[in-house]
Design a protein. Structure first.
Length: 273
């Protein structure tokens, strides 16, 4: 009687593992439409992900942040290292939407704001070769909320990759050298992700995937505070557990997205055979 179940399990084990899945990641969260409220929501997402990473036993480290004027972040970039990080977090990439009464709202009206999440697999040196002759290096003073300088030494580093125009910066560490290394990691990951995105665009099966990790402009999830509801639009999953989810308990969503992705891969494999 266990045979059908075992057959299903074997089928899933035969699905070829994405070689990227084992990689560490750079997560970038940017406030989108919604002004101060979007920055506050970006901060809420940052807290949600760091708490989830903690529950998985992963290490997180902030690379760069630009704080919002009323709290949260206009932009925050952090690295996550551990086991199978990219394979777990890659489906978080896209537009996250929040519906709630902002702290700044006096009339009690519900506003819709958004933040964009990008999940980049961390590139090793052998994945992406960067010629430092192609990189412009600028040093500047770290800035705090509102953009004012918070230190007098030029320890923050901005790297510009001239051939692609990609920019990466780091102002988290007090050492110029450490900031340069971290910014180089971000730049390498962005170049690597650009190549991956090209590869995925050429791959028709991935392009039609329901839970593609590539389209950063797609609205993937809504967090509705009035109803205590979180809905993932790609798989039609709705959970009335917003409090715990915002506290980092996103495992149910992650597991559902992985399951749907595996089912699609299984279907593709059976069509080939």
């Amino acid at each position: 009687e266990r045979l059908p179940q075992l057959e299903e399990e074997i089928k899933f084990m035969l699905i070829p593992k994405d070689p990227e899945d084992a990689k560490n990641v750079m997560v970038e969260i940017r406030a989108g439409t919604g002004g101060d409220e979007a920055s506050i929501f970006a901060g809420d997402l940052f807290r949600m992900y760091t708490k989830y990473c903690e529950s998985q036993g992963w290490r997180t480290s902030v690379v760069d942040m630009n704080e919002g004027t009323s709290g949260g972040f206009k932009e925050v970039i952090f690295e996550v290292s551990g086991e199978d990080v990219y394979g777990t977090l890659k489906f978080e990439a896209g537009v996250h939407r929040v519906q709630r009464v902002p702290q700044t709202e006096t009339q009690g009206r519900v506003h819709t704001s958004a933040a964009t999440v990008m999940v980049l697999p961390e590139a090793e040196e052998f994945d992406v070769q960067i010629d430092m002759n192609d990189v412009r290096v600028d040093f500047f003073c770290s800035s705090g909320p509102g953009g004012q300088s918070v230190n007098t030494t030029k320890s923050a580093v901005r790297l510009t990759h001239i051939p692609t125009g990609l920019v990466a910066q780091c102002q988290d560490q007090k050492s110029q050298h450490k900031n340069k290394d971290k910014a180089l990691n971000v730049l390498r990951s962005r170049l690597y992700e650009q190549e991956l995105a090209k590869k995925e665009a050429e791959d028709a099966t991935k392009r039609t995937s329901q839970v593609s990790s590539g389209d950063r402009s797609a609205k993937i999830r809504t967090y509705n505070y009035a109803q205590g509801r979180v809905t993932d639009h790609r798989v039609g999953l709705t959970l009335y557990d917003l409090g715990n989810i915002m506290n980092g308990d996103i495992q149910k969503i992650v597991a559902e997205l992985q399951l749907v992705n595996n089912m699609e891969k299984l279907k593709e494999a059976s069509e080939v055979f």
